[in-house]
Design a protein around this ligand. Structure first.
Ligand code: NAD
Length: 270
């Protein structure tokens, strides 16, 4: 009998598996039963995959073409690709948020009952509660171009695009979980604190090295590895999490808990 974390025989789709968390997830998936993996990325991953479809997640035609090439039934979709705000805000929104939604919606009809969608959000997207309606308004715009137009018209809210795109992913994770459950498919996300991946220098640039180092310090002084986050994603995609749905799981060594209970030490930031 297979154990609840087993991935053997599963059909997996993953975005952003060339480097960082996605590349680590390929290794974890191999350890957990070597499923059939289709990777969507702008660069071909070197890790264990069965198929590669060159895809720009920020381009809706590219996402639609990739989705059309994927045969079902798909058991697990990992929406992991993401970029930092070293890119223009609308590009960040297109890759981190719109592409994720479009791929999920294209592939949902091809997913098997009991399947799972696991998104990579961020703790940077955790500030949605005071302005939930804004985020709901944004994710309520269905068309790609109309969505970008909405973002242009709400430039102050969208900012550099990174935090807001991840707020959209967190709120969409909760909202779409109801729709996917009607097909017995669970939707969840991981919300990591800083991770030691090729993207980190870009965050040091956009959020300042001081803020990133302070955040890592508040996480106990140790930065998350790509594997730490990949293991949490693998859990959310596995049958071991079969009753977890619509949840944004912080993979942050307690950072959010310390923030909520007033235990962050801001002295290092001044
Ligand atoms: N590194 C961090 O500190 C951190 C913290 C929280 C959340 N995250 C999130 O983790 C996820 C993985 O990032 P990472 O840190 O492993 O970075 P990474 O740069 O190593 O990985 C990103 C992956 O996405 C791919 N990609 C980039 N642009 C793409 C596009 N337009 N279309 C398709 N694929 C594209 C890259 O080729 C790469 O494989 C992202 O969603 C990121 O926002 C990262």
């Amino acid at each position: 009998m297979s154990h609840p974390f087993d991935y053997s025989g599963k059909n997996i789709v993953i975005t952003g598996a060339f480097s960082g968390v996605g590349a680590a997830l390929l290794d974890v998936l191999q350890e957990l039963g070597a499923p059939h993996v289709t990777a969507l990325d702008i660069k071909k991953p070197e890790g264990p995959i069965n198929a590669f479809i060159e895809t720009n997640m920020g381009n809706s035609a590219s996402v639609a073409e990739a989705a059309a090439q994927i045969n079902g039934p798909i058991d697990v979709l990992f929406n992991n690709a993401g970029i930092a705000a070293t890119h223009p805000p609308l590009t960040v929104m297109a890759v981190n948020w719109l592409g994720l939604r479009e791929l999920s919606e294209h592939l949902l009809p091809k997913m098997s009952e009991g399947g799972a969608i696991a998104n990579t959000a961020s703790i940077a997207g955790g500030q949605w509660p005071p302005h939930l309606q804004d985020v709901l308004d944004c994710i309520g715009v269905e068309d790609h171009d109309e969505s970008l137009k909405w973002c242009e018209e709400h430039a102050e809210l969208v900012g550099d695009g990174y935090a807001f795109s991840k707020e959209c992913v967190q709120v969409y994770t909760m909202k779409s979980a109801k729709q996917t459950l009607s097909r017995s498919i669970r939707t969840n996300s991981v919300c990591p604190s800083p991770i030691d991946t090729p993207l980190l220098p870009e965050f040091n640039e956009t959020m300042t090295e001081k803020t990133m180092n302070w955040t890592i310090d508040q996480c106990g002084g140790e930065i998350a590895t790509a594997r730490d986050v990949a293991l949490a994603l693998a859990f959310l995609g596995s049958d071991a999490s079969r009753y977890i749905n619509g949840v944004n799981i912080n993979v942050d060594m307690g950072f959010n808990a310390f923030m909520t209970t007033g235990q962050l030490d801001f002295s290092g930031l001044s």
